[in-house]
Ligand binder design. Structure first.
Ligand code: NAP
Length: 282
């Protein structure tokens, strides 16, 4: 039996066990389990000691442990290292390697929704772990310009440096709400990578409605609710909207691909997984 887990601090709400079991069912894998493990940061080290000697075959990592696990690994994929966030760990023998499949999941969702990155202008709201994954995906995709808006300007500055390290030709502008609104007509796609608007705080949005217009795409990493206040503001102004569910599903499928090998993404019906999850979230 292969054993997998999601590691976080508070995971009562997590849909990941249901999602992973649905992936294993589609792949007709009946000897794999997936469970949640809730741990405070002080207990990470002892968990990884057990993981390394066979306690699990692979783990996903979520808030607040994505950076804290890095010193406990033997190797970290170059993109995960740049982002300073690992959300997937694979064990081969006693060796643990960290990856970031949020980046792959975000890029997958952009492709599926025909959002072109090359030469396009993006705005990222937020500068935490997921904003870094989004930013590197956009920089690798040869985005032309990225506007950054974040509550703490120093975190936006760190994110700007990460983008420049990933691709020096991307123009990066750190801005306030008013400056972002001034450039709204230049923006092809605005991404909410903050937790603002996540259930239960469903009436909140990290931006003012004046930012949206019908020529832009609005992508919210949040998937609870499926239509956040941010996406509702965008819809009300005629923008195309994408929620975070497809990204969530894709990052999970990419994790399974890392753990089990083979071209799993091509053999899984991701749309069916999204539809099933939608029913459980609504
Ligand atoms: P994180 O590392 O904790 O970063 C949170 C970001 O939100 C920071 O930029 C923070 O700003 C900002 N923020 C938090 N509260 C705020 C407030 N009240 N006002 C303004 N800004 C605020 O979290 P994360 O891992 O990046 O996750 C962010 C969101 O993405 C979460 O909702 C998470 O569920 C979602 N997510 C979705 C997927 C998916 O697959 N769909 C994957 C990963 C994450 P400061 O820098 O000022 O603290």
């Amino acid at each position: 039996m292969k054993r997998f887990a999601l590691l976080g601090e508070t995971l009562g709400h997590s849909v990941s066990p249901m999602l992973h079991k649905a992936i294993y069912r589609q792949l007709e894998i009946d000897d794999a389990s997936y469970r949640t493990v809730e741990l405070p940061v002080e207990r990470l080290k002892s968990f990884f000691t057990g993981f390394r000697v066979g306690g699990f075959d692979g783990v996903n990592v979520t808030i607040p442990h994505k950076a804290s696990v890095i010193p406990l690994l033997d190797e970290v994929d170059s993109k995960a290292k740049l982002i300073d966030a690992v959300n997937c760990v694979n064990r081969v023998g006693n060796k643990l390697t960290g990856y970031n499949t949020d980046l792959l999941g975000f890029a997958y969702s952009l492709r599926q929704n025909s959002v072109k990155t090359e030469n396009s202008v993006f705005a990222i709201v937020g500068a935490g772990g997921s904003a870094k994954a989004v930013a590197v995906a956009l920089a690798e995709g040869e985005a032309k310009r990225i506007f950054l808006l974040n509550r703490t300007p120093e975190h936006a500055q760190q994110l700007a440096e990460i983008i420049k390290t990933s691709n020096d030709s991307v123009e990066v502008t750190i801005c306030e709400q008013t400056e972002l609104a001034d450039h709204a007509t230049d923006i092809d796609c605005i991404v909410n990578a903050t937790s603002v608007g996540m259930s239960p705080d469903v009436d909140e949005s990290p931006v003012t409605e004046s930012i949206f217009n019908s020529n832009m795409v609005a992508f919210d990493l949040i998937y609870t609710p499926l239509t956040s206040r941010f996406l509702q503001q965008a819809k009300d102004n005629g923008a195309m909207t994408i929620n975070g569910l497809q990204m969530l599903v894709a990052q999970a499928v990419y994790s399974v691909e890392i753990w089990m090998g083979g071209n799993i993404v091509a053999h899984v019906d991701l749309n069916a997984l999204v539809r099933d999850l939608e029913k459980s979230i609504n």
